[in-house]
Structures are given as structure tokens and as C-alpha cells.
Design a protein around this ligand. Structure first.
Ligand SMILES: [Zn+2]
Length: 316
């Protein structure tokens, strides 16, 4: 037995947004001269986001996410640019085009605008590329919502190649946020607890989830959320895996939780919650449940957690 038994040395391949293909090269962000040189390089590429939507092109009939940077900068007004990192030697930037360009981009036969969720669900690109697009989307969504200083209310300006905003009025620095969410499966022996949020399709059940609050560990958040939403008590909590989720900027922390009570009392966050046997979960994952019950797609961590339970990983 070693300290790292059961731990992974890289991302879980099927989880969208979790591959980290680029070397972020953070040390280059504050070198203005280097940034200019990198952007001027003929091999530089750009991920384009407009109004929260990735803008894709075509190369040899295939969809393409990394545009030639000269071409990309000519497509519309650039609101924000960010240095995402290096792909080997090749610099990769994110460009945020003004939402007013959206209709014109949509009308172009050389481009295709596809929402982030569809790109991930349909597996249109390699995991590394999906991560690049998700990173740019999360970063620009933060910029768009942090134009003013949260300390003094003055306008802020982007700095560090898109990785912070500064307020010249009060000298505050603001950094892109990531919001941690605990997402978990309560396990009672051979059964697990799945819930259905009111916004879900009528047949869909999933893991319970909720935002972590200040002062909580992720295990505390798991225990609180399951108790609040379903009235079930939880003892031991085990971290399973983790997924960046750019809608707009969450980090999903996937856990298994050992239930110590089984009576379900719903609050108004859930339309329904039930205990499902391991065999039922296998049928749901295979799309063969007799009542037509479905679950989130394979690219989502909820599916991965349910799969871990179905394949026999216990909550201990
Ligand atoms: Zn300020």
C-alpha cells in the first residue's frame, strides 16, 4: 500500500474541461514586450468567444477552434485579449469579441457559433481543445462581469495578459474567480441517493450538488447540502474527482458520501429524490431503466460519480 494508491496522475479523460493541455507560462503574463512578440508570431493561434459563445471556423471541412490570429483579430471589435499559454512552442490566446459582432459572425459562412455545452456533449474536439475553449469562456465571462471595482466602484482595467483587473482609483487588484461546488452521491450500502431538480427534464435524476460556503471544507458542504436538500445524514465523505465547469466559472468537486440515515425529507430545491439500487443505476447509465429514468451525459462529473458507484467503488 502506498500513499497514492487509487489516485490519478492526470485528468480523467471522459470529463469535459478537465484536460490541461496548455502550459500556462504564467511568468510571461507580466512581460508586455514578450506578449506583443508572442501575439505577432505567425504560428500564434486564438480561441474566439463572442457573447459567451465559442466562434469556430473550418479547415479542410473539419471544425476548428484555434484560429489564425491575424484572421481572428479582423473579425470584430476585440473587448479583451488573454494569453492562455503555450502549446509546445505555439502561443495560444483567447479573444473576446464585442457582443455587437454576434449577428455578423453568425451570418458568416466561414464561421460556426456553437454553444459551449453542445461542444462538450457532442465531443466535437479533443479534451485539450475543449479545455482551452472552456478556459477562455470562463475568463471572459469574469471580465465582462467585473468592469467595476468591488472595493470602490471605479472602472477597472485588464492587466497581466488578461489574468487580473486593476483599479487605478484605489489600487485594488482583482483576480478571476472560481466558484467551488460540492457534487455528491450519498451511498447506503447497495443503494444511492439521486435527486431531480425542478429545472431537469421529467425523467432525469442526478447527484445532489450545491455551492460551498465560506468557512466550509468540501466535506462539510457535502454533509450540509445532503441534509438540507434531502434530510439525509452523512458520515464519512470521500473525494473522487474534480471538474472545471465554465457555466460560468464553477469547479465541481465530486464526492461519495456515506449515509447514516435513510429517510428522505425534500426541501424546495428538489422536485424528487429517491434511493436507487446499484443495478438500477447500471440500467440508468445504460439508458435501459424500465421507467425511462435518465442521467446527465458522460462528459459531466455526475455521470462519472454514478459510474464509480455502479462499478463498485464503495463510500468507505
Ligand atoms: Zn477601486
Amino acid at each position: 500500500v502506498t500513499l497514492f494508491d487509487g489516485a490519478r496522475s492526470s485528468h480523467t479523460p471522459e470529463l469535459a474541461f478537465s484536460a490541461a493541455g496548455l502550459h500556462r507560462a504564467g511568468e510571461l503574463r507580466d512581460r508586455a514586450g514578450t506578449q506583443k512578440e508572442l501575439m505577432a508570431r505567425p504560428d500564434a493561434r486564438a480561441i474566439i468567444i463572442c457573447a459567451d459563445t465559442p466562434v469556430l471556423g473550418f479547415a479542410n471541412g473539419e471544425l476548428l477552434a484555434h484560429h489564425d490570429i491575424d484572421l481572428a483579430t479582423g473579425l470584430g471589435d476585440i473587448v479583451e485579449a488573454a494569453f492562455l499559454g503555450l502549446d509546445g512552442e505555439r502561443p495560444v490566446f483567447g479573444l473576446h469579441l464585442a457582443p455587437s459582432s454576434h449577428e455578423a459572425l453568425k451570418a458568416s459562412s466561414a464561421l460556426k457559433l456553437i454553444d459551449m455545452r453542445s461542444i462538450a456533449i457532442q465531443g466535437l474536439f479533443t479534451p485539450d481543445t475543449v479545455n482551452d475553449i472552456g478556459t477562455a469562456k470562463a475568463l471572459f465571462s469574469w471580465h465582462a462581469r467585473h468592469r467595476f471595482c468591488s472595493n470602490c466602484g471605479a472602472p477597472t482595467t485588464p492587466a497581466s495578459a488578461g489574468w487580473k483587473r486593476v483599479c487605478e482609483a484605489c489600487s485594488s487588484e482583482h483576480f478571476p474567480r472560481t466558484d467551488p461546488v460540492a457534487i455528491m452521491l450519498a451511498v447506503d450500502g447497495d443503494r444511492c441517493l439521486l435527486g431531480r431538480a425542478p429545472r431537469f427534464p421529467a425523467t432525469m435524476f442526478s447527484c445532489l450538488a450545491g455551492f460551498m460556503e465560506p468557512g466550509e471544507t468540501f466535506a462539510d458542504a457535502v454533509r450540509r447540502e445532503i441534509k438540507e436538500e434531502a434530510g439525509v445524514d452523512v458520515g464519512r465523505v470521500r473525494f473522487l474527482d474534480c471538474q472545471p465547469w465554465p457555466f460560468p466559472s464553477s469547479l465541481m468537486i465530486g464526492c461519495l458520501a456515506e449515509a447514516t440515515s435513510t429517510t428522505i425529507t425534500l426541501d424546495d430545491e428538489l422536485a424528487d429524490a429517491r434511493w436507487f439500487t446499484r443495478d438500477e443505476v447500471r440500467l440508468i447509465l445504460a439508458g435501459q431503466h424500465p421507467d425511462g429514468i435518465t442521467c446527465p451525459p458522460r462528459m459531466a462529473i455526475a455521470n462519472h460519480i454514478m459510474r464509480a458507484f455502479a462499478e463498485g467503488v464503495s463510500g468507505s
